[in-house]
Design a binder for this molecule. Sequence first.
Ligand code: SF4
Ligand code: SF4
Ligand code: FES
Length: 506
Amino acid sequence: MANITVDGKTLEVKEGALLIEELLTNNINIPHFCYHPALGKDGNCRMCMVEIEGQKRPQIACDTPIKNGMIIRTKGANIDRVKRSILELELINHPIDCPICDQAGECQLQNYYMDVGLYESRLSTPKVHGQKHVDLGANVVLDQERCVLCTRCVRFTKNITKTDELGVFARADHSVISTFPGQPLKDPYAMNVVDLCPVGALTSKDFRFHKRVWFLQTEEAICNRCARGCSLYVDHHKEKYKDEMIYRYRPRFNDKVNGYFICDTGRLSYTYENENRNFHPMIRGKESEYEYAEGKLLRLVKRNIGKTLFVISSDLSLEEMVRIKALATMYDAQISAYEPNRFDEHFGDDFLKCNDLSSNARALPLVGIEDHYEGFALGIDKAELIVFIGRSDSGLLKDFSCTTKSIAIVYGYQPEVNEGLELLLPITSHTGRAGTFINCDGIVQFSQCAISHNSEHKKLLELLAMLIGDTLFTCSDVWNEIVCKIECFKELKFDELPKNSQKICL
Ligand code: SF4
Ligand code: SF4
Ligand code: FES
């Protein structure tokens, strides 16, 4: 460790680490464009200047290793003048069109511009103009005029995805970011460049102009499209007289799971939460009141003690699985998590994406739920009532003789098969229910996101409490049961999980 003084305050920091890293870790505001913790330093934007005692000129903090005893100034007349001059240079050809820019409200350049207060251009020559709309492919649009040439996007495709699709072309004030002719951006992580771009140069075709960012509320969630379980931000908004809408997913930094990035499939999967919801309880094809339909489910389960099979999704949370297990024990029912389409050998790669498309299959053995075909087939043979929970693939039953069996679906989305159902009962969808998930590497994460919709139906935990007849409605209510039943959860503290995902030994 080393002791340094920053603006008169002493800090204990890592000797040899980059100065910018330690300053940012200690919440000291250092303007920067080209440095990013995932991409490292590049030293091209010169925004991160600081004064270091003993050095003649200001230095860039992103390329200065820390030495014990350093005395650093990030503020003051001299360094402020330097920063202001650099910002003026960055803005020489920038259109400063913040009012029509999709990045406004979350743009580092806009923030620095407002901080430094550089309101008038001193240029008498016209600005160099670029193209305002260049389709780079993969849902990414470039506004050449807004680019500050920090090369974060170029370094992402060079060093992270290693696809090398982007480069800096031409020279001096005609330099632009572009793809190579006939080779658009197309790697499955391409949309991360939109998050990396510190200004409004790269925007997402999917999100741009749909919602001003200051209207959005943000929740923390976990992607449920594959077994990686990447940490996400869910940005949503409810307009007056309308229903809650999710506008985008963004990566949430998690050094144990996904770092700073997510794949484009997971990123765009938010549309499923808006467009494919199931709001209508149905009994034998006819719409029903919610209370009557949930009462019907309870009556069906009670009527079929010892003859019920719960076919559950391995995307359910750990809390939900534990409660379904308790329900099954109570009514002497079988449970199966068999899913024939769980694996997609074309989906995974060696970065984040996994062939296993289930977000919580690692929890199944901990709860004592099987996912193999034999158990499923045996369960069907014995069952008179088959209840699909958190999934809707009742077409899976077509190879079995099920004509006399009752089939119910408890699901948050539109079911794949609707015919022949005794009961269809809506529940809240993935972003409407908090819960604990274990990813492919045994990392335990808690998804806090619980967005409520206008036509809100019960959360699955509430429905299970009604079926069991107790009052364990929330994840914290169920946590004691988890800690008592699952050995590797004994040390985990429920309150700490949302902020600190933890690895368990499976
Ligand atoms: S497009 Fe954005 S990320 Fe890429 S170089 Fe320009 S400012 Fe940087
Ligand atoms: S890698 Fe998997 S979990 Fe991560 S964002 Fe993509 S689909 Fe979601
Ligand atoms: S962040 Fe240091 S030079 Fe760009």
